[in-house]
Design a protein around this ligand. Sequence first.
Ligand SMILES: Cc1ncc(C[n+]2csc(CCOP(=O)(O)OP(=O)(O)O)c2C)c(N)n1
Ligand SMILES: [Mg+2]
Length: 742
Amino acid sequence: MVDRVPFVDGGFSEFVRSLPKPPSLRRADDPLRAGSLLTCGQAVALYRVQVESRHVDLGARNLKKENKAFYTIGSSGHEGNAAVAAALRPTDPAFLHYRSGGFFLERAAQLGREDGAYAMLLGIVASSDEPIAGGRHKVFGHSEMAIPPQTSTIASHLPKAVGMAFGIGRAARLGLGTSSPADAIVVCTFGDASINHSTAQGAINAANWAAAQGQPVPVLFVCEDNGIGISVQTPHGWVHAANAARGGMLYAACDGLDLDQTFTVASELAERVRIERRPAMLHMRTVRLLGHAGSDNETVYRSLDEIEATEALDPLRTGARLLVECGAASPDQLLAMYEAERGRVHDLGRLASTRPKLTTAADVLKPLAPRDADAIAQEASRLGSEEERRRFWGDKLPEEQRPAGFAQHVNWALGDLLSLYPEAFLFGEDVAKKGGVYGVTRELVRRAKRGRVFDTLLDEQTILGLAIGFGHLGLLPFPEIQYLAYLHNAEDQLRGEAASLQFFSNGQYQNPMVVRIAGYGYQKGFGGHFHNDNSVSVLRDIPGLVIASPARGDDAAAQLRTCAAAARTGGSVCVFLEPIALYGERDLHAKGDGLWTAAYAPASPESHVAIGKGRVWRDGEHLTLVSWANGLWMSLRVAEKLEREHGIRCRVFDLRWLAPLPEAELLLHAQHTGRVLVVDETRKSGGVSEAILTALVDGGFEGKMRRVTSEDAFIPLGDAANLVLLQEEAIEAAALELSRGR
Ligand SMILES: Cc1ncc(C[n+]2csc(CCOP(=O)(O)OP(=O)(O)O)c2C)c(N)n1
Ligand SMILES: [Mg+2]
């Protein structure tokens, strides 16, 4: 593999030495050239940051050779992004591309910080001293620089950038304070290949869609276009052709090899975004030097001629030529600066490599999803003032209404939460005017203050991105995903982004949210797979995620409040699964028995349900049925029948939470009868029962265990659904077998 570092590094010095000396040097406060927004002094300072960024890249490669560094994706060739940072305010939230090192360092410099390069180097060596991720990843981020951390999933930060921009606008209209100034703009940077990703396309589209309706969306998309994504070339002119005239988005192109022009164009565009509160795209030309990463052998897909031609466009060379031609600096001064930065960064790299690393699993896990049960209990028990609630609900409060089913309880709890938290927002497809496809959110748009309950466009990635952005701002979002099946095309926003934020920011950033998802099977007379999805394993394996899965209205209301309280007090990311088939169910054993309704119990210490706390519905000594959601409803019916017809008495235990599972209680109730039947309406493979049985084994349970589940299938339309979904007959048969000792 050819190492191009000597050519880029040595080639730079050679190039600068060859520049003709300027006849005289200009003063620091002279404009760099006629019409420049930058003075000579500012241009030189900006250039120094670019040089610093380059030396961090070179330093990373040196440290890698000694096995002291773990990350060599650099910013070489992209240093023009320092001029974009200079055009913004340091309080403008920035979601950065992995080549935006210049941006990061310039923002540090703007704030008078001298530790920008050191922070990057600490990340490169994965030290626990690193200021954003604490050694968990090499990301650009800093809580004092308004730079939240990014994951490596390209483009996945764009939806949250749009969400944050939208949230800033919405909060400003409602007079709510947030973590960002009301006139902030949000910037996100990304590559030319990344722009093709559906996540990027969805985010850009969403910003334009909102802006087209006059909604403020002050987001600046910055495409750092080096013409290539790893080895795949971007068609010439593609970024321009696909974005220059798109929706109402402003668009401007700049040459990242010219720091002066980039600063001017970026400043003018940023100013328009700030004033007009409209989305804009800055298309910045860059080059990629030193390959995609240290391990990338560019010669496999690029000719040496091409590589050399690209190196000749090194922005440090073009920048040096500009400064020298304008008389802002002499070649000798620039060479001296280059070597001084090399030495300084080298020393910082050495120092960084001696700093501590994460040494225990407990340390790694610490910021993942902190939860304080007492704080949650206290917060979840808090009820808004009666006056406020009466203003929200009108004459009759929910507790003064007749007992009701699941959907109504969710509606009541959501209403109470909207009235309790002025910073709460409820949004999703069809949630506002229509009140949700099943009417769960009906009337809330009318009752809540304008703009707090709103319909989004049809894109689940955007819905979750909005929630993440709102969460960053300190707001409390309740996004709705219309059906579980449609979470799957957006789940990375939950898995890769939302759930990982506290982890990769060492607890410094939070994106609290309660994602309501309508799901599970058994919808009578409606459905097919996409409306009857029972696959939850994709949620269960997200570290730290809280999954509530209530079965009856009283639990639904209490658990929703618990989720909101966990989000509010600890930044928890919570998923609230709603069994569609039970939305309107009123009865349990017989038509008209009303046993699946409940009176509304408003927030109080008595009505609080802690995270991971299950519920015993029925006692018995012969057999323990373990279930949740529709499975619980069926289990209770079967238990009744078993007792009536066979004298078999079952204890029925409702998990209520699928993550974390109530493992200790589970064991206790299993031991009580010594026989456990897990009634799992999800899949046989990857379904929840796998975890339940494992928990019993891990807990040392030595009794008899069985499970009944649905089939590993997509759910067909009509009555055929019941051929693959778990049925009461199967539960009964298994229960009989188990209780007879087989
Ligand atoms: C969703 C996703 N798919 C694939 C990758 C692997 N990957 C990392 S960088 C990259 C190319 C990105 O190219 P571009 O956006 O042009 O950025 P550049 O590296 O050129 O600055 C790919 C495919 C990834 N990180 N995320
Ligand atoms: Mg690229």
